[in-house]
Write a protein that binds this ligand. Structure first.
Ligand SMILES: Cc1ncc(COP(=O)(O)O)c(C=O)c1O
Length: 457
């Protein structure tokens, strides 16, 4: 599952004590295990090896450039959904040809930068001069754009024509398949804003056939996240395959089939299928296409980094009320939004425990002696500011450290400065080595954009 383990009552990340990191870098703190990222990425690639998968890591899950660089060194490309993520992926060393630009609302400026680096907002900046992997204006175009509408394709075609380029695109189709996940993260139903109805693919391909500036080269689907059963993926892949067959029969060259993301992570022990379990069901559908030379792409985020991240928070106050006991922490909805937004479960446990409280499994209600229900909440002025409700926990005291597990995906990337809290620091652990990969926000940094605004727009 991951490399966060208790030993003699202390929680460790690989060969480093979590409490030591909290003391050194402060709390709240995101801690990532490099080995866990390597394990999960390796398993995914191995599971789909028979179709030579193009794995485009979805930066939205966790976009720190050092994490992306680690993944790029393992051979990952990048799936990005904004100019910010695009520039991050490139800064992290992902070759432009291995970047897929997705997202339902790509602006004119974003598409220009995706096609031609001379339109990058990083051009001419000191940051790019110091850290970019090469001259930004010469970096070229993204591998392809996942286009979500006809108007987007028209815009892409026009911009490519103005730039004297040929843009490559995959059409995101909506197969009307229920991913059986939270309604806010379901994306493949007809009522969702994503993609175009799958039946319209032939008409749209026909419309752009022969375009001198746009090559519609394949299909893309993403039905939601996290998807814990293989059946929705199978239904989506079957629909994609049937649409591709229809297009091929109509004379359209299919170069890309992109299955998107949505693969699970273990929020509780053993919750997720393994990549090889998903692959066993999907390979029979995908293999014939791979054998024809079609590029089979995936955009996993959560399954790669979810278990690799831990959030550590310090209890500020323990407050026993009439109805409930609250552990008020320095992390909350501004640090990890998932429990508030999706009512998501994260296993939470003290970083130091007595022998009888070492958890054997991560589950909502461990069968251990002396646990009492507790609401783990943050400092934000909202009743929705919670990490867990009525959670059975060992005795919690002021200044204790609590570990929030499986916080690597959609943790830091969804954090905010709400109530003027700085966003946390992030550290990456590799064996016994620790690297701070993001400084904690400073208040000066937070306030700075509001000063001297009349001279710097
Ligand atoms: C188009 C697309 N691809 C990939 C992903 C990544 O999903 P996950 O992190 O569940 O793998 C998402 C998540 O929202 C997405 O919208």
């Amino acid at each position: 599952m991951d490399h966060f383990r208790y030993q003699d009552g202390e929680l460790w990340c690989e060969r480093v004590r979590v409490a030591e990191l909290a003391e050194r870098f402060g709390t709240p703190l995101y801690i990532y295990s490099a080995q866990t990222i390597r394990d999960h990425f390796g398993r995914f690639v191995e599971a789909f090896a028979p179709v030579r998968p193009a794995v485009r890591y979805a930066l939205k899950a966790a976009g720190n450039t050092h994490l992306v660089r680690l993944l790029a060194s393992l051979g990952a490309g990048a799936d990005v959904v904004s100019i910010g993520e695009l520039e991050r992926a490139w800064m992290a060393g992902v070759p432009m040809g291995s970047i897929t630009f997705a997202g339902v609302g790509k602006t004119e400026a974003e598409l220009r930068a995706a096609l031609d680096g001379s339109h990058s907002p990083l051009r001419g900046t000191a940051l790019a001069a110091r850290h970019a992997p090469g001259p930004v204006e010469r970096r070229g175009s993204v591998g392809w754009c996942n286009a979500e509408s006809e108007q987007e394709l028209q815009r892409l075609e026009r911009i490519a024509s103005e730039l004297g380029l040929i843009a490559r695109a995959a059409l995101r189709v909506n197969p009307n398949v229920d991913a059986q996940t939270h309604r806010f993260t379901t994306t493949g139903l007809s009522e969702n804003k994503f993609g175009v109805d799958i039946e319209r693919a032939p008409e749209i391909f026909g419309r752009f056939a022969g375009s001198p500036s746009l090559r519609l080269a394949g299909l893309h689907v993403h039905i939601g996240s996290p998807v814990y059963r293989h059946e929705p993926f199978v239904r989506a892949a079957e629909a994609l395959s049937a649409a591709a067959s229809l297009l091929a029969a109509g004379g359209h060259a299919i170069e890309i089939l992109n299955l998107g993301g949505g693969w699970g992570a273990d929020y509780t022990t053993g919750q997720s299928l393994w990549a090889r379990d998903y692959a066993a069901q999907l390979l029979p559908i995908l293999r014939p296409w791979a054998d024809l030379g079609v590029e089979i792409a995936f955009e996993p985020g959560r399954t790669i980094v979810g278990n690799a991240g831990l959030l550590v928070t310090r209890v500020q106050y323990v407050k026993a009320g009439r109805a409930r006991t609250f552990a008020v922490c320095d992390a909350g909805m501004h640090t990890l939004l998932r429990p508030s937004l999706y009512e998501a479960f994260h296993f939470i446990w003290p970083a130091r425990v007595r022998a009888e409280h070492v958890p054997v499994r991560r589950e909502p209600a461990p069968d251990l002696p002396g646990l009492a229900p507790c609401d783990v909440v943050g400092p934000v002025c909202e009743s929705a500011d919670l990490l867990a409700q009525q959670r059975p926990l060992p005795p919690i005291a002021q200044d204790d450290l609590l570990a929030v597990f499986t916080a690597g995906a959609y943790g830091m990337s969804m954090s905010s400065n709400y109530n003027d809290h700085g966003r946390p620091a992030e550290v990456l652990v590799e064996g016994g080595r620790v690297r701070c990969i993001r400084r904690r926000d400073t208040l000066a940094g937070l306030f700075e954009p509001e000063f001297d605004v009349e001279t710097t727009p």
